[in-house]
Design a protein around this ligand. Sequence first.
Ligand code: ASP
Length: 440
Amino acid sequence: MSDVIVSKFGSAAFSTPEMIKKAAEIVMSNPDRKFVVVSAPGAASREDMKITDMLFIMNARYNNRENFDEMMTKIRDRFTGITRSIGVNCYIDAEIMNLKKNLFFGRGNDYVVSRGEYIMAKIFAEYIGWEFIDAADFIFFSKDGTLDLDRTFAAAEKVFANTEHAVIPGFYGSAGANTIKLFPRGGADITAAIVARAVKATLCEKWSETTKIYSADPGIVDNPEVIRQITYEELKQLTYMGINIFHEDVILLMQNIDIPISVRNINDTDDLGTSVTAELPPDSKRGVAACIAGKRNYRIIHIQKFGLNRLTGIGTKVFAIFTDRNISCEHYMSGIYRFSIVVKNPLFDLKRAEILAALNDAIKPEDITVEKNLSLITVVGKGMGTVKGIFAKMFNAIAEAGIKVRMIEQGSDDLNIIIGVYDDDYEATVRALYGAMILH
Ligand code: ASP
């Protein structure tokens, strides 16, 4: 059986006629690329805006009875400019008239915004001579607003059963008769995952203008290595640390359907990018650590009480106090007479007095102290915790850099080791760990 690739192109791929031509060349350069998922055009220049953002604004203006015509004209002109430059016969005026009519009929924000991908997918389909398939024909939301995966998968399989090639607009689906619903921002990736499953793809590609998944922040480490191979589980860890290559829902979906993802850069097609799979391939040359990622500005709240070890329900009480205030406890540590919680700032500082009073009330501690300016740095790597000598390697590097460690946590899922240092040492720690764990 031959390979089937679903290629999703982000908004940058449709920002200018040159980029659209590049995207088409990429699609045509490999006959296995059979399905393309399209985003709405990105900003064509610095002064310009993404079509998706323009549509959001236009709809808001219409709802506020402000002048929306100017924005609609801009949107029309962007699309007309694209079709003229790439020489495609698409009736943009008719599409825009239709959009206006539906705006007046009150089809709502999501319908209006979805037209960015809808029109772009029609143009691209025409340009490369492939069939256009509307996402609303096979992506369905339930009444409660969640994606109805069973219905979607069943419908998608039918729709794609006899299709050899197609272009599909990303970012939306149907929420019942005449109702369109959007995915969260960046959601064209979700569409790609659904299509990939329906066509039994062997690979799902994500093409964007800038994305490279680095093994450390290039702002801290000079020319860090690009991660060539990473597992879904490891990628989720990066998402938690704020490296948002994919929406979490996409990783979960791709992991469930077990289709490898390849993250590629439109402007560097020779670079094979990053491949995301369930397990590293047996011939992988990657070290045990995939990446060093971190964040600054955490607080540790230490609750000190003699006899704490003999009390029950302390954790429940402490967590409830934070939960009631919508503050997530990122990590916790316990000593014999101490219970410590790590939380993100500035959320904590906003409610600091109230939280400390509640903790005093509930636990009656001898002392509560708040340590400031903590950074958490994660070394991500599946199975790291079971590799001999890994801690020695990490802490030698940190000691050599003269850094004081404030906290250590080995993730129970064996996907990471987290080190807490003071904010001032953040960058030096990232560099030390990069040298020890990634460069080996
Ligand atoms: N165009 C949408 C956005 O800007 C969806 C996407 O590009 O994935 O969020």
